[in-house]
Design a protein around this ligand. Structure first.
Ligand SMILES: NC(=O)c1ccc[n+]([C@@H]2O[C@H](COP(=O)([O-])OP(=O)(O)OC[C@H]3O[C@@H](n4cnc5c(N)ncnc54)[C@H](O)[C@@H]3O)[C@@H](O)[C@H]2O)c1
Length: 297
């Protein structure tokens, strides 16, 4: 670990491990969810401008990391949120609810396992009932676990990663779209790994490639109906997923061309843009919030 501040070039996160799925409350240091890093190595509160006034959003994996920050920035912009998460993450979810409420938003909590399609159906029904409608679907939940060589990648892990990372994006989009109207949006969390082909996360990387293609195809189905579908492809971001799924070497090298990992808030601000009218002519696209890696597509 270096003596650099968390938002300065050359910062290295302290090596730490958690049992999957990991909890934000145990992360050291704590990530930024309502502040953005500033050029002097500090941070400042996200500046909201009523961009999502009256909107209702479903956010999967909304208890922690990028999902928590999306929930908070959406609340700061005037939206109510419905967050879904695993039952082991109740403590993180309760904190997210409190933080959203402090920003003046409503936050409905829903524990579920998204790998089951019936659970996805129930999630949408519950969200529509509690929120009173849905304008934004954020498909954000995911699983990953490092395995260096395909020979050691268990067939069941391959299936479970697809069951977690891409099948629920299909189910939730299919079940939510009938409730959506012109101006509604779907935003999918992909990853830089779809573009750089990360070798030690082969199953995860493959699901993220599927998410990019799913985003493009679904956009082509719905763009003429006034519903936009986009993706964000983050690079390294400091969230519970990292100590829960990565080895010591990977955590030591957890950085970007900016010389540091990104903060959840730096990704969540892209989800605000894509949910708001500011992105009214953007559909089928992927925003590369990755710390400066140039990728194709
Ligand atoms: N952290 C990074 O470096 C990074 C980089 C690129 C992309 N991403 C993407 O960002 C998204 C959010 O991840 P994060 O980094 O904020 O980590 P995170 O651990 O905070 O969030 C992942 C969430 O997924 C949810 N989840 C996992 N399996 C589930 C299941 N079976 N049922 C219901 N929910 C389930 C959990 O609630 C968990 O909180 C993911 O799609 C991830 O692939 C993260």
């Amino acid at each position: 670990m270096t003596d650099k501040g968390q938002f300065e070039e050359g910062y290295q996160v302290p090596v730490q491990h958690q049992k999957a799925p990991g909890l934000e409350k145990d992360l050291n240091p704590q990530p930024l969810y309502d502040q953005l890093p500033t050029p002097d190595g500090g941070a400042q509160l996200y500046k909201a401008a009523g961009k999502l006034e009256g909107k209702k959003a479903i956010i999967t994996g909304g208890d922690s990391g990028i999902g928590r920050s999306i929930a908070i920035l959406y609340a700061m912009e005037g939206a109510d949120v419905f967050i879904a998460y695993l039952k082991q993450e109740e403590e993180d979810a309760q904190k997210t609810k409190k933080l959203v409420e402090e920003k003046g938003g409503k936050c409905y909590l829903h524990t579920t396992d998204l790998r089951d399609r019936d659970n996805c159906k129930t999630l949408v029904d519950e969200a529509v009932r509690q929120l009173g409608g849905v304008d934004v679907l954020v498909n954000n939940a995911a699983y990953q676990m490092m395995v260096e060589d395909i020979k050691d990648l268990d067939e069941d892990q391959w299936i479970e990663t697809f069951n977690t990372n891409i099948h629920p994006f299909f189910y939730l989009s299919k079940y939510t779209l009938p409730h959506m109207k012109k101006g509604s949006t779907i935003i999918n969390n992909a990853s830089i790994n779809a573009y750089i082909g990360r070798p030690d996360l082969l199953d995860y990387t493959s699901t993220k490639g599927a998410i990019v293609s799913f985003t493009r195809g679904l956009s082509n189905q719905y763009v003429s109906k006034g519903i936009r579908v986009n993706a964000v492809a983050p690079g390294p971001v400091w969230t519970p997923l990292i100590p829960a799924t990565m080895n010591e070497e990977a955590i030591k090298n957890f950085t970007s061309p900016m010389g540091r990992p990104s903060q959840p808030s730096e990704i969540a601000s892209c989800f605000v843009f894509l949910a708001s009218a500011d992105s009214s002519s953007v559909s089928g696209q992927t925003i590369h919030a990755n710390g400066g890696v140039i990728v194709n597509g």
